[in-house]
Design a protein. Structure first.
Length: 449
């Protein structure tokens, strides 16, 4: 406790770090306040049934990502998710469309153009999703709409929801530029964490209620949750090191003064992006169902039964594995790593430089990515198993899936950035005994968008 208090004092002494943290907290507070501002023309007192429906199934997962704004019909009801969807679409376009590939390789100017196009695409995606949200709102909470003109209500709601998402996007970018951590990731994380107390209270109430399993089972659930969190931390931080020898001087064929270092390859080198990619695709049925709220099929898709079904989780699991390999290949280039080593007179002992080194790194990467992708897929579908085991659907979402991975990755990344500021000023880091926090700076949600 004494060391923790001293660390807080050290953080406060560093003016730049202190200002960044306060600035980040201020913008996050603005985001949370905005999540309670109801859309114009909506009576919040009439949203009871609509709010309850947004607590389970795929709608509950969407509601969690936006911090409860979806069920409250807030101006931030769509949150930052349209921006994430647009970013994923742009990343895929850079892989298959030569024009976008060239733009991505044009340095800073090209990246700025991609960022600007992502913003434009975000507006389009938000407008389309806003129409679906309005259709769903009219069917489930028609009594809450106080504006008589259907056209006026629809137009104003689309404009407000789009403006809300753009404002969230601006908040995230400002946090990244002038705050601490990745802004987009923090907005999602804060929304998820904000739902935890309500989910915890709902689960405890269900266990203590008449016919519940009692407090002992609740404590067992908490212990299992802690175990899952610790396993997820190990997944995020897992590293496989490849030894690399750097020659200082070579006399004839004899190496003199070599320095041995390591290439750290993570078991989960792609971070949380594969599960974000997969989840974005799995949200498509729920998004389409919002346009047909009265259809029995649409109601089934949005219900808990579909979310916990075998085929939903089977395809989700497979997609996570596929996207893990896809995104790992996207961000890690073995050929470039081999060329960099060759230019710096480096080599892997027992492996020839050049193509053989690239093949060796690719082989190692493929082998360690497989168990990482399988474990990532299992974490992704754990909430469904928790729901089937009798855990409240709100609380079950914290047992794994996108929510848990995002929280762990973003918290580690933010703590790693704070520790870097401390070490730069010659203060002790956040960990004792010389240990260092391994963040996910390059792979946190939104880091590459």
């Amino acid at each position: 406790m004494k060391n923790f208090i001293q660390t807080l004092k050290n953080i406060y002494k560093i003016e730049d770090l202190r200002n960044r943290i306060f600035y980040t907290l201020l913008l996050l507070l603005i985001y949370r306040i905005g999540s309670f501002v109801v859309l114009p023309g909506i009576d919040p007192g009439q949203l009871g049934a609509f709010g309850q429906q947004g607590q389970s199934g795929l709608l509950g997962l969407i509601n969690m990502f936006v911090g409860g704004s979806f069920s409250r019909a807030s101006v931030f009801a769509l949150g930052i998710m349209p921006y994430i969807s647009a970013s994923i679409a742009m990343q895929l376009l850079t892989l298959v469309v030569p024009t976008f590939q060239k733009m991505q390789k044009d340095g800073e100017s090209g990246r700025r153009r991609v960022t600007q196009l992502t913003r434009y695409l975000t507006i389009i995606v938000t407008a389309v999703q806003a129409v679906g949200y309005i259709t769903f709102l009219k069917s489930q909470a028609a009594d809450a709409i106080t504006i008589q003109s259907t056209f006026l209500f629809g137009l104003s709601t689309v404009v407000v929801l789009t403006a809300g998402t753009v404002f969230c996007m601006w908040l995230g970018e400002k946090i990244t530029d002038r705050g601490i951590g990745n802004g987009i990731s923090l907005l999602i994380t804060v929304g998820i964490i904000a739902q935890l107390p309500f989910a915890l209270a709902a689960e405890l109430g269900s266990k203590l209620a008449s016919g519940g399993t009692g407090p002992v089972f609740f404590l067992v659930e908490i212990a299992l949750l802690v175990a899952v969190v610790m396993a997820t931390v190990m997944l995020v931080q897992g590293v496989r090191k490849i030894p690399v020898q750097y020659a200082k001087r070579v006399v004839g064929k004899r190496q003199v003064g070599g320095v041995r270092q390591y290439i750290p390859l993570r078991v989960n080198g792609s971070g949380v992006m594969p599960i974000i990619f997969a989840q974005a695709l799995m949200f498509i049925p729920s998004f389409v169902a919002q346009f047909f709220p009265n259809s029995p099929v649409a109601q089934t898709i949005q219900g808990t039964a579909f979310y916990t079904s075998f085929w939903y989780n089977f395809f989700f699991f497979i997609l996570v594995i596929i996207f893990t390999y896809f995104y790992t290949a996207l961000i890690i280039n073995p050929t470039q790593m081999a060329d960099d080593m060759k230019r710096n007179n480096g080599f892997i002992p027992g492996v020839k430089p050049g193509r053989n080194t690239a093949d060796f790194i690719d082989n190692v990467l493929s082998k360690i990515t497989l168990p990482g992708s399988i474990f990532l897929g299992l974490v992704a579908i754990l909430p469904a198993f928790a729901t089937l085991a009798g855990v409240n659907s709100q609380f079950a979402m914290f047992y794994g899936g996108t929510s848990l991975l995002i929280m762990v990755a973003v918290v580690l990344d933010t703590l790693q950035q704070i520790e870097s500021h401390l070490l730069m000023r010659h203060y002790d880091g956040l960990m004792k005994g010389g240990a260092r926090i391994k963040g996910r700076s390059k792979n946190a949600v939104g880091a590459s968008v």
